[in-house]
Design a protein around this ligand. Structure first.
Ligand code: GLV
Ligand code: MN
Ligand code: MN
Ligand code: MN
Length: 410
């Protein structure tokens, strides 16, 4: 039997068109969650889905579901999707590929007049990145019952604006309850965001697991004073404390190889003036590992070092773990569907553990879930240079289509 395939050019063109919304000079995208640009991206997705004959539902967290009816529409849907928000210096593919490959599956089924027994849906999850509103994956987390709605809506950016206010402002505070309805299965297509598939010349990553994450916020407070008259022996320099801890974070990552990742990505220095000894520093820590025990050892090491450094330098410390997302094993049957779909097309593939967080991690708590990875150029993501090949993106989308068809018709 002739295999159904997606339209590679249309998928690529849609990615490029979406990439113009918030497009940067360097060819990347800055479309932070719940900004005017995010609204424009959402509006475009909704318009395309309506043109493809879908009905649209939006929930109170702003998650969007575009539904193509099944022949038995009372069945739970098979859902595909990811996110449209980006990092401040993000690319055209992280998240967006998973959203638009869902739409491409629907468009291809339409082209070929193929009906499915269960309905299928393409989804957009709000604020996956957690860059503007920490933590990451917050709206899929509310959907999965990991967070309650008030927690989700009250997440605030550095200016104190909340997700609830910003959802209302851009017109995406939907009427639907968040979660509480079953999915037959959930599939998320995504670029790998790392170098493994490209290095090994594999076209498809069959994602078996995602590593765990712990996010922290640390504030060190010392004393602001004059950079000239204050002797070195009389200082309580919060930035010196932060510098020692930033180095310690990196060392904890190095001490837990292979697989540990440890990053300080955001630092704010107060008052940030060249001739004032910094009185306060706020910074974040992102720890990741596929093994929950190793991750908790890293947590322990960080707490001990933070106590020691702040004590030695006479700094006050506010130390908060703001998020823990445990390692995720994906559903064996869904993982097998992805592997078999890759095999049926003759695509080179390998099993892979996701280094990044994804909405699929939380959805896996309430629905059988797995992911499809495709290579990205030089393994680079969270970077304006992010790039992927049209044929790899189409191959991943074909795998998605095949896995979805199998689930929706079983
Ligand atoms: C989100 O992109 C994450 O994995 O940090
Ligand atoms: Mn992503
Ligand atoms: Mn991302
Ligand atoms: Mn992510």
């Amino acid at each position: 039997m002739q295999k159904i395939t997606v339209n590679q050019q249309r998928l690529w063109d849609s990615l490029m068109q979406m990439g113009e919304i918030g497009g940067t000079e360097k060819g990347g995208v800055c479309r932070l969650a719940l900004t005017d640009l995010d609204k424009q991206g959402r509006d475009l997705f909704v318009r395309w889905c309506k043109e493809a004959g879908c009905s649209i539902r939006i929930d109170k967290m702003g998650n969007i579901f575009a539904r193509r009816a099944g022949t038995d529409d009372s069945l739970p849907p098979v859902v595909m999707g990811s996110h449209l928000d980006t990092q401040p210096t993000g690319g055209k593919f992280d998240g967006i590929y998973g959203v638009l490959s869902g739409l491409e599956v629907i468009r291809s089924l339409n082209d070929q007049g193929i009906e499915t027994r269960a309905p299928i849906e393409a989804s957009v999850w709000t604020n996956e990145e957690g860059s503007r509103f920490p933590p990451a994956m917050v709206a899929s987390g509310v959907f999965a019952g990991v967070f309650d709605l008030e927690y989700g809506l009250s997440r605030a950016d550095l200016d104190g604006k909340t997700m609830g206010e910003e959802l209302a402002r851009i017109g995406y505070a939907g009427p639907d309850d968040v979660g509480g309805r079953p999915f037959k299965a959930f599939f998320e297509a995504h670029i790998e965001q790392g170098p493994i598939l490209e290095d090994e010349d594999k076209q498809i990553g069959v994602v078996t697991d995602a590593q765990g994450q712990r996010w922290y916020e640390i504030t060190l407070t010392g004393q602001e004073s004059h950079a000239g008259p204050t002797p070195m022996t009389r200082r309580r320099d919060a930035l010196v404390g932060a510098a020692r801890l930033i180095d310690a974070v990196n060392r904890i990552g190095m001490d837990n190889q292979p697989n540990a990742c440890a990053t300080v990505g955001l630092v704010q220095v107060f008052p940030n003036s060249r001739n004032v000894i910094p009185g306060q520093v706020f910074f974040t820590v992102d720890f990741r590992h596929p093994d929950a025990d190793v991750l908790s050892g890293m947590d322990q090491a960080l707490r001990e070092l933070a106590d020691r450094v702040s004590g030695e330098l006479g700094l006050e410390m506010k130390f908060e773990q703001i998020w823990y997302s445990p390692p995720v094993p994906f559903d064996t049957a869904c993982v097998n569907s992805v592997r078999q779909a890759a095999e049926s097309f003759g695509y080179s593939h390998r099993d892979i553990v996701s280094g990044a967080g994804h909405d699929a991690c939380y959805i896996s708590r309430v629905a059988p879930t797995s992911m499809v990875f495709v290579p990205c150029e030089n393994g680079i993501s969270h970077n304006e240079a992010e790039n992927a090949k049209a044929e790899d993106l189409a191959a991943g989308c074909n795998v998605l289509l095949q896995a979805v068809l199998e689930r929706a018709n079983d």
